[in-house]
Each structure stands twice: as C-alpha cells, then as structure tokens.
Ligand binder design. Structure first.
Ligand code: DX5
Ligand code: ZN
Length: 218
C-alpha cells in the first residue's frame, strides 16, 4: 500500500545508469525523475533524452516531476521517452485542465503538484482530471532540504477533499522525506513517498528503502 519513489536527483550522475539498475533490486516501485528548467525553479537538471536512455535499464514506474514553465509543451516528448506518470505544477500552467488532459491523452498518468505555500483548495476543480496529487514538503528546486512541517496541513486538506469527492487519488509527498518525517505524512494521508538523500546518500540503498517503508508503517 505504501510506495517509495527514490529521486535520482541525489544520484551520482556519473554513475546514473548503475544506480538506477541497483534501485530495481530494492523494494522501491517508482523512480522519481526531477526535471527543472532554471525558470520555474532556480536549478537545471535533465530532459527527455536522459529518461529515454534510462528506460531500457529499468522496469520501475517512471514518476516524472516536471518543474518547468508551461509543461504542456513537453508532455508528448516525456511520454515517448518512457515516463509513466507525468506530474506538473499548478503554478506553472496557464491552462491546468488542458495540461492534465494532454497527459492522459498521451497515455501517461496525470499528476498535479502544489508548492508548500500554494492554497491546497486550488487543486479541487482539477481532481477528476488527476491520477495523483503531489504535495511538496520543501520549496522545489533542490534535493537535501529540510522537511517543512507546515506543509503537512496541505496533505490533510487534500486528503479530505479527495474523500469528500468520493475519489481515490493517491497523494505523493516530496521533499525532506526521511525515516523521521515519513510517518507524519503517512498519517496525514500520503501513500507515495519521494526520497532523494534518504536513499542515494546512504551506503546501502536497499536498506534505506526498507527503513523508509518500515518507518511509514509505524
Ligand atoms: C525537489 C525535488 C525533490 C528532491 C527531493 O525540488 O522535487 O524530488 O529530489 O530530495 P530530498 O529527498 O533529498 O529532499
Ligand atoms: Zn521531485
């Protein structure tokens, strides 16, 4: 019932393929791929060609987090490259509904994300178009930041909204997730957990995933 989505942002990029293959031998089910454009967030990472290069080496669900302005422009490219879930930011889309529809039309699952200070109510009109909601628990842009406890309220509010609407949409959390912080997010209603540093900065990544799973069940 709980899914860990290790974020490759914390990998050693000179050994990316190797580390992604190793991730396939852990209990992780997803692979979180952070795409940043230097505009929506102040950092630049990778594009569809890296996703396409990794695809033949992994059976994990490619959970692609687009932190880019007007992501509607790149949906088809990421789907073609091998993304299974494509998540966009509500703050980055001039037409949120059209963007989510385009993701579904591409054959990928559609995720909608909010930054920690965005009103959680803003996602309500789009819930029927979403296959996942991603609640950020840090300001997007960088790995290794501290968990923002204030954002837990956003998870609770969105969980209540989903339940009230009679929908079953998983909530993913991203940012500062460790064995110490994961429990509070699970309690608030999250079931998919992104973890970068808490997986790839550890000496044994399989054990790191086990530790996270164990901590969210407590
Ligand atoms: C931040 C990214 C996260 C990041 C998480 O903008 O969206 O996915 O890699 O890293 P940790 O788990 O180290 O906070
Ligand atoms: Zn992310």
């Amino acid at each position: 019932m709980y899914i860990i989505s290790p974020s490759i942002l914390s990998c050693d990029f000179s050994k990316l393929g190797e580390q992604v293959i190793q991730t396939g031998n852990t209990k992780a089910e997803y692979l979180h791929i952070d795409v940043m454009d230097g505009m929506f967030v102040p950092n630049i990472t990778i594009g569809p060609c890296v996703v396409a290069s990794l695809r033949p080496h992994s059976k994990l669900v490619f959970d692609t987090h687009l932190m880019i302005n007007e992501p509607i422009r790149y949906i088809d490219e990421f789907k073609k490259a091998g993304s299974d879930i494509i998540t966009v930011h509500i703050e980055a889309c001039s037409d949120v509904a059209a963007t989510l529809k385009k993701i579904r039309e591409s054959g990928a699952k559609a995720g909608l994300s909010i930054k920690p200070k965005t009103d959680p109510d803003s996602v309500r009109p789009y819930l029927p178009l979403c296959d996942m909601i991603l609640v950020m628990t840090v300001e997007p842009g960088f790995g290794g930041q501290s968990f923002m406890y204030d954002a837990v309220e956003n998870i609770k509010k969105i969980k209540a909204m989903i339940d009230d609407a009679g929908l079953q949409i998983p909530i993913e959390v991203d940012g500062g997730i460790t064995p110490e912080t994961i429990g509070i997010t699970a309690e608030a209603g999250a079931t998919v957990f992104v973890a970068g540093s808490a997986v790839y900065k550890k000496p044994d990544i399989a054990k790191a995933v086990d530790d996270l799973l164990e901590a969210c069940q407590n």
